[in-house]
Design a protein around this ligand. Sequence first.
Ligand code: C2E
Ligand code: MG
Ligand code: MG
Length: 307
Amino acid sequence: MGISVHPADGSDVDMLLKKADAALSFAKAAGGATYRFYTPEMTAQAVKAVALDRDLRQALQRHEFRLHYQPLYDALSERIVGAEALIRWQHPERGFVSPMDFIPLAEARGLIGPIGEWAFNEACRQGQAWRKAGLPNIPIAVNVSPAQLRDRTFINGGARSLRDGKCAPNAGHLEITESGAMERGEETIGMLREFKAMGLGLSVDDFGTGYSSLSHLNRMPIDKLKIDRSFVKGLPGDGDDAAIVTAILDMAKALKLKVVAEGVETRAQFDFLKANGCDKIQGYLFGKPLAPDDFMALARQQRALAA
Ligand code: C2E
Ligand code: MG
Ligand code: MG
């Protein structure tokens, strides 16, 4: 139920109904079966959402997206063995807008298709540019939203890029969230198998946060599980987190999957993960997401150290 109050919220029926309606949409967004009183903040938020929606539609044409690259480290050698491409939106007035804010909006508004396709092609282009500049082959992982697997547009575009040589197959990797990977059962498995056959690697992102069916997981052609940051956070002291993380590591070993831990921020977390057999590490302890040039400098520096 949405509630507006006379005379504070308006003096005529139209205005009061409008505001009650705004309050109603907030009550619905809170999960329904509840009520909200209208506040002016609701109008401000709605106006902001409409503007963001409009801007998001134009962001691609205006070249406002960038990819940053977070290094992925091998736990034993502590060397860079990959990168994750993370999208950034530089809004002309708002400045940096987090993907946590605009990716869900893009998904809800049906805009994730072209944005996701841009991210994939841009990561391919960057990978080629780095190889041309003499960097060793660093596989780049791109995040894929479940909505991109609902029809064949994304997979067909990816196949085209690979066929046209715009993307090296052994250099590409896709990340799909655990809940996304479990959506639409057989169809998703079928599509993931096609990606795999194209030479792309596959990871399950945010692992531990969804409801995986183990038989489903076992049938998926995946290479890696990425342990969600929320479980890494409490390591090594939190007994529940430690139990969950070691259980995931044991299960992955039995299923012959590699494991990446996300959000590793401290040495103590790293030591725990390494001691329990985690293969790869990603997090602020080793490196934040970097602009392409900074990433290249880091990779170069590492190579120089090794030489
Ligand atoms: P994700 O794929 O799980 O990416 C990891 C997020 O954790 C990134 O946030 C990264 O910056 C952050 N992170 C990495 N290490 C640490 C750490 O040590 N501590 C903390 N506190 N955070 C860390 P970001 O860049 O804000 O991205 C958020 C999410 O947005 C991503 O989560 C991913 O689900 C989504 N996303 C980003 N780029 C794309 C894209 O191109 N397409 C799609 N569909 N989703 C994307
Ligand atoms: Mg990811
Ligand atoms: Mg994640």
